[in-house]
Design a binder for this molecule. Sequence first.
Ligand code: HEM
Length: 381
Amino acid sequence: MRGEAPKERVAFDERTGIWSVYGYEETLRIMADTDTFSSGISRVVPELAEFTEGGLTTLDPPRHTKLRKIVSKAFTPRVVSDMESAIQRISEELLDQVEGGRMDLVADFAYPLPVIVIADLLGIPAEERETFRGWVDAMLSGTMDMSLNERSEEYDKEFSRAIENIQNLNSFIAEHAKSRRTAPRDDLLTRLVEAEVDGERLTDQEVTNFAALFLLAGHVTTSALLGNMILCLDQYPQQRKEVRDDRSLVPSAIEEALRMYSPFASISRVTQTEADVAGTKIPADQLVALVLGAANRDERQFADPHVYDIRRDPNPHLAFGRGIHFCIGAPLARLEGRIAMNLLLDRFPDLRCDPDDPPAYLTIPNLTGAQKLPLLLTAEA
Ligand code: HEM
């Protein structure tokens, strides 16, 4: 879809009624132009409105600017770096349970790690983890193939199931947020409740939606990253050996995995007015998918884009977005990736994918990651 002519990098899908943009330059330009391209997708998907208040991802300036400032006061780099020893401990505990020379990286490690970390960060007690993990599980089991035209019965059913899950998750978090106003603790929920900019604090609803967004935005994406990292190293055994022997390469190996297999394959914007993208006119009020997975393989930006190269420098991938909505959880995802890659390589220097049990992938179209990733952990006999 990244054709030769710029015009070819923009396409309209008659079936779904959604525009897609595939080029790096075009994607970058759209992310920078928040006047023309709004993040308020509830304008065209109104069912989402109730759940996006306070959610950051779907807001535009000036509200986004204010809210992001408040949230950034609570979720500081210090809060993330203070999590390092907890993440290390949780990762070790998960790997301690692995036996018999094989594991499913997703079920045994990549899936539980981020959910436990975010729950810990928010201050949700360990005994309640399984409750919301159930809702997150249910949400990830569907296909959620978004279409503005063909609203099949199946889609509507899936949509209302997803909404019910979000409602359950929200009321669970709302209970916790409310209790922090009267009984503050040393956790992110308390910091969110107390954070103040120009005399303004978040409402209960905003704190709740924000915390739920954290769970949703930070869980599956990080799980996907952890699996994708291992898939890359498996596909490039020489580079796996190099990272194993020189750990200073771990951060760039993670960045390159984010570029090669971008967990968020696409993100959405809505045109506020008619827009011109690479010579194609997109009318107002249209849903536009920015296909990060394609932009990150754009040959105009990256030499040998389909090759995994742990020494790629610079590597200005768009896996965390760009501009005002740049992923607020990126430092946390990178920290989890670093701890996980180091620990997996320490414990299982010979780890590789099981050739007799291939990986299965997530079924949600805009996510790129494994749902099942069977690994063999010991050296070949
Ligand atoms: C925003 C990707 C991990 C929370 C974003 C955006 C992307 C992204 C592409 C921009 C969305 C847009 O412009 O519309 C990822 C990836 C992750 C990851 C690939 C893991 C590898 C996390 C984590 C958290 C998180 C761990 C929270 C703990 C958020 C939030 C936003 C966001 C709150 C909205 C920021 C804003 O709109 O100002 N993420 N994310 N993400 N991410 Fe992440």
